[in-house]
Design a protein around this ligand. Structure first.
Ligand code: PYC
Length: 413
């Protein structure tokens, strides 16, 4: 339980801790520069300072903290992946998430809901069974369930057989959860700042300098910063920033949209996903339905909201929950998803020495925030990529050792 609120309420002086980091004077050299002040970059800074005692760190953010994909996702946390490498990795993230409010003494509104991936076809049932077996084998609670149990877990679902795509079964993943995404970023930012990390907002990286194949400095709109090591964590702009460092990433950047409804009394416990209907939906602690569907069918560096997306999504949502037809959509947004050819992320070494990459998250970056931050910090501190991250190396594409994680996607691609 986070005790911050209790202490605050009982104190006579109301000594509130600063919520957001104050700005620091920008130095002309740091041991570590982190490009990207989203959840991943901030988490890496936090663990560098907290676990490894490395505090001569600058986080550079071109906008404001967590203004990119950290603020533009639907805050789902799960580890029901398809590949053993993916399951191990996200399982560690779920475990870190479960204790994050305590760790920060700040409530990230982590809410365990259970996660249902509906199967409407034999092929979807087969993939669900496959995922369930891989998950169980690795100690992750996922199992294949059938209509009677689905109706018990989510009585609001339309279980009629007399519809276009009847529900035949589902992958049920009990640890599936949601969290307050901004809270995660703020918790990491505050923890990093309090340990001495400098956080520079409105600071855009415009160039990257190398010396003998090793990163030596970054150029920014506010001046040049010499550095020993760099972590690049700029979801949505990964290829562009890598290009500044002189290498290419196998990434396509595609908009992914989402929206929320007006808030209503809580009626939906689990997170519900349908790959065939291209819908995922959960109900936030505020009562809003948080919803999304497929990625947009074109590459683009712009996060636009479209009527086409909203109309398509609502049509599909009503196939699952027909009684929602009068519910109003409150707002829409988009993010830019960096997709790799195998739908798994890229973490670790790059062709530039001491320039570490954290990219290629496609549609699942938020749920990886704690584990990626923690393990990227370990990478920088030790100079070695931990075993957990090795399968996600950039050079796996040259070695033809792809990770094939598409079957674990919640949304169509
Ligand atoms: O991976 O759970 C997920 C997800 C939902 C929406 C986008 N990604």
């Amino acid at each position: 339980m986070p005790f911050g609120l209790l202490k605050y309420g009982l104190s006579k002086e109301y000594p509130a801790r600063r919520q957001f980091p104050a700005s620091s004077e920008m130095k002309d050299r740091y041991d570590v520069v982190i490009i990207g002040g989203g959840g991943h970059g901030l988490a890496a800074a936090y663990y560098l300072a907290k676990v490894h005692g490395i505090t001569d760190v600058a986080v550079l953010e071109k906008g404001w903290l967590a203004s990119g994909n950290t603020a533009r996702n639907t805050a789902i946390v799960r580890s029901n992946y398809l590949t053993p490498e993916g399951v191990h990795f996200y399982d560690e993230s779920v475990k870190l998430f479960e204790d994050l409010s305590n760790e920060f003494d700040f409530n990230i509104l982590y809410s365990k809901r259970g996660h249902l991936t509906l199967a409407h076809t034999d092929a979807a049932l087969r993939t669900a069974r496959w995922r369930a077996e891989v998950n169980k084998h690795l100690g992750v609670r996922s199992r294949l369930i059938y209509p009677d149990e689905i109706a018990e877990i989510c009585p609001q679902l339309n279980m009629s057989r007399d519809v276009r795509l009847p529900i035949l079964g589902a992958l049920y993943h009990e640890p599936g959860a949601i969290a307050r995404h901004d809270g995660v970023a703020w918790g990491y930012a505050r923890g990093a700042f309090e340990r001495g990390v400098h956080i520079h907002q409105q600071t855009e990286v415009t160039g990257i300098e190398t010396d003998n194949g090793k990163v030596s400095a970054v150029q920014t709109n506010r001046g040049r910063i010499k550095c020993g090591q760099v972590i690049q964590a700029v979801a949505g702009m990964s290829s562009e920033v890598a290009r500044l460092a002189g290498f290419k990433l196998p990434i396509r950047s595609i908009p992914l949209q989402a929206c929320v409804s007006e808030p209503v009394k809580r009626f939906l416990d689990p997170i519900v996903v349908s790959g065939s209907l291209h819908v995922y939906v959960s109900q936030s602690s505020r009562g809003e339905l948080v919803m999304g569907g497929s990625v947009d069918p074109y590459t683009l560096y712009q996060a636009r909201s479209t009527l086409d997306f909203k109309e398509g999504l609502m049509g599909h949502l009503l196939e699952l929950f027909p009684f929602l037809s009068q519910m109003k959509v409150l707002r829409q947004w988009g993010g830019v998803a960096d997709m790799t050819p195998d739908f798994a992320p890229v973490m670790g070494e790059t062709p530039v020495k001491n320039y570490w990459i954290d990219a290629g998250w496609g549609t699942w970056g938020f749920k990886a925030t704690p584990v990626c931050g923690k393990r990227m910090a370990e990478t920088v501190a030790s100079g070695k990529v931990p075993e957990l991250l090795q399968p996600f190396a950039l050079d796996r594409f040259d070695r033809f050792e792809q990770l094939g994680e598409k079957g674990a996607a919640s949304v169509g691609h």
